[in-house]
Design a binder for this molecule. Structure first.
Ligand code: SF4
Length: 373
């Protein structure tokens, strides 16, 4: 298949592995920001192609995982009213809130629906005028444009039985919080691919300029990720720090202007937002502007504003910050599994605990006799 096979060619992957071993002259700690990269690394067994002195640290780029339990409780509190329908992506359905996950609420008779897009939720509202549909919006800048466009559509149609419970977050403040964290030493970043399709590469320039750390925006196929690590190691060996775009076939340097315009039209920055594991980060999330208050569940209805701490033994916060590996959490694989998750990192398709658990027996591609790139 075009654009897939050539990025999974075993010989090229092996050659990239050999080049990484050749370049790795120190112990390097590289953070892959995006949960999609974490999954690809474990799914394809790429971790085992790397030498021990190239350590991958898993970042906070899984929007489901960074959402604190209180926000889930707040969103689900609306389902207590029978005329409400709670609509969310499938990823959210098994994420535990204090009194159960959305799926458990559904089992108790609440109207909880899985949708594939905010437009699907809008369709539900159109088809069920007697109900009020609340779309539980999550995601980084990747998914914010589709939520924005759906709100614009709802406004243009004058649809009053549809609102959004907005949990969109922004990636740059989270990276800044990690770099400010005293217990974290990082040498460079594999930059997020999906977010960058919207924001482009320019917003990462301060990481190279002010923090002296290289960033390579990367695709999600095995060869994309290995090539990005090669590019990072080449910069580190040469004492350079710049932003490079490995994912040029998808990511424009300046981002997607139409998508950014839609975000700016509908959303503004919250003064602060709570992130699981990272605490409150200023200007790190989006809220719906007053001009669109009729489509904002938080402005139209009363939500309790719950704050909940994670179960004591759960170490989701440390894993999200990259301080602990998922398998170092005391609950990993015993009390916390994909079937019985304690934390969101074990549920989401981008969660690092789920990646470790699901792919822990994955075999790597052989690198034995490949020539150097
Ligand atoms: S194993 Fe479970 S409790 Fe531990 S960090 Fe992962 S998701 Fe959180």
């Amino acid at each position: 298949m075009r654009y897939v096979d050539e990025f999974r060619a075993p010989q090229l992957i092996s050659r990239a592995g050999v080049e990484i071993r050749r370049l790795a002259d120190h112990h390097y700690r590289i953070m892959e920001v995006c949960g999609g990269h974490t999954h690809a690394i474990y799914r394809f067994g790429l971790k085992d192609l790397l030498p021990e002195n190239v350590e991958l640290i898993h970042g906070p780029g899984c929007p489901v995982c960074v959402l604190p339990m209180g926000r889930i409780d707040d969103g689900l509190s609306l389902t207590a009213q029978p005329e409400f329908t709670f609509a969310a992506f499938g990823d959210m359905m098994r994420v535990p809130g204090t009194h159960g996950s959305p799926l458990e609420y559904k089992a108790r008779g609440m109207d909880v629906r899985i949708v594939y897009s905010p437009a699907d939720a809008l369709k539900l509202a159109r088809m069920n005028p007697e109900k009020h549909v609340v779309f539980f919006a999550i995601g980084f800048e990747t998914t914010a444009p589709s939520t924005a466009l759906t709100i614009l559509r709802a406004k243009s149609e004058g649809l009053q039985n549809f609102t959004v419970f907005c949990n969109h977050v922004t990636i740059i403040p989270a990276i800044r919080a990690i770099l400010d964290s005293p217990d974290m030493r990082l040498d460079g970043f594999v930059g997020p691919g999906h977010v960058s399709t919207v924001i482009g590469c320019r917003p990462y320039e301060w990481i190279a300029k002010d923090e002296g750390k290289p960033v390579v925006v990367s695709g999600f196929e095995p060869l994309d990720i290995l090539q990005s690590i090669v590019m990072l190691l080449r910069q580190l060996r040469n004492g350079e720090a710049k932003v490079e775009n490995q994912y040029k076939r998808v990511v424009p340097w300046e981002g997607n202007r139409a998508a950014l315009r839609a975000i700016a039209e509908v959303f503004e920055l919250r003064s602060y937002f709570e992130w699981r594991g990272l605490g409150f980060i200023s200007q790190s999330a989006l809220k719906i502007r007053k001009a669109y208050a009729d489509w904002d569940a938080e402005q139209r209805f009363s939500v309790p504003g719950v704050r909940v701490t994670d179960p004591k033994a759960a170490q989701c916060g440390e894993v999200l910050k990259g301080v602990l590996k998922p398998s170092q959490c005391k609950l990993f694989g015993c009390e916390c599994t994909p079937e019985q998750p304690v934390g969101a990192l074990m549920v989401s398709s981008e969660g690092s605990c789920a990646a470790y658990y699901n792919y822990q027996h994955q075999k790597p591609v052989s690198i034995s006799s490949a020539p150097v790139l």
